[in-house]
Design a binder for this molecule. Structure first.
Ligand code: KIV
Length: 287
């Protein structure tokens, strides 16, 4: 018999872990993985009941901070936002992106920075971008207790060598390279892998040929799960809309409209009204 009261029982609900995500391969009968990004406590609280995996993505550099690319994102930014997301999450598996420059130099540097994220955030796992060239680092981290989510295909941190954000795997040579990247990251021990911006036949082939779940973004329904940037999903990030994004809401226009109505009310004296004020002796009481 449980000695926990209902409140404690609720708190004892085990969040989704990296091994839970790893077990979700669709060819073994699992449901598709539902994944979204989150950068704040507020959005984490709203999303948590609906997601299996919540990614504190370095896309926050572009979405929240207005940077042109993710290259300028720092470890401190990722840790602060990771902590905020943990405060809003009860059940999703929380994964924090390692920012550019924090893991490419060597497995040892990667371990030091990944361990710092795991300790200071308390998240379930980290994510890093890269294929064959990062396989030894992924192995080094996993063997030392750090679950790793891989990321192949379009890799935003490589924007400067790639010459822009372009879909990948359109030539036979390009597709073979990405397939090899995914295999090497899977063999190195990653628990799942994000496949970004690749053509459908390649996403299908990767998903069929590796034993860990693929999480697609702009990579077709062939993947074992899907991820989107939440601000794209709700129409809050309006700088551009990638082809693969489905907007479920136009929150951006809603916020602008609310601000316009508020400005009108303040200027015309309609706000604040009596019900928004403290200690006002109402005209009715005066009479
Ligand atoms: O940084 C991010 O949000 C990501 C997702 C788009 C997969 O890497």
């Amino acid at each position: 018999m449980s000695t926990l009261n209902p409140d404690q029982l609720d708190q004892a609900v085990r969040p989704m872990t990296a091994p839970d995500i790893q077990a979700r391969k669709r060819k073994n009968g699992a449901e598709p993985l539902v994944c979204l990004t989150s950068y704040t406590t507020l959005t984490a609280r709203l999303l948590d009941a609906h997601t299996d995996l919540m990614l504190v993505g370095d896309s926050l550099g572009m979405v929240l901070y207005g940077l042109d690319t993710t290259v300028g994102v720092t470890l401190e930014m990722m840790i602060a936002h990771g902590q905020a997301v943990m405060r809003g999450t009860r059940r999703s598996c929380v994964v924090v992106d390692m920012p550019f420059g924090s893991y490419q130099e060597s497995p040892e540097v990667a371990f030091r920075n990944a361990a710092r994220i795991m300790k200071e955030v308390g998240c379930n796992a980290i994510k890093l971008e890269g294929g064959a060239e990062m396989a030894a680092t992924v192995k080094f981290l996993v063997e030392r207790g750090i679950p790793v989510l891989g990321h192949v295909g379009l890799m935003p941190q490589s924007v400067n060598t790639a010459g822009g954000f372009k879909s990948q795997g359109r030539t036979d040579e390009g597709a073979a390279k990405i397939l090899n990247d995914a295999k090497q990251i899977a063999d190195a021990g990653a628990f799942a892998i994000v496949v970004e911006g690749v053509v459908e036949p390649l996403a299908r082939r990767i998903t069929e040929e590796i034993e860990i779940p693929t999480i697609g973004i702009g990579a077709s329904p062939a993947c074992d799960g899907q991820i989107l940037v939440t601000e794209d999903l709700v129409g809050l990030f309006q700088d551009f809309k990638p082809k693969f994004v489905k907007r479920y809401l136009d929150l951006g226009s809603g916020i602008a409209e609310a601000a316009r109505l508020y400005a009108d009310d303040v200027k015309s004296g309609r706000f604040p009204a009596e019900e928004h004020c403290f200690g006002v002796i109402s005209k009715k009481d005066d009479d």
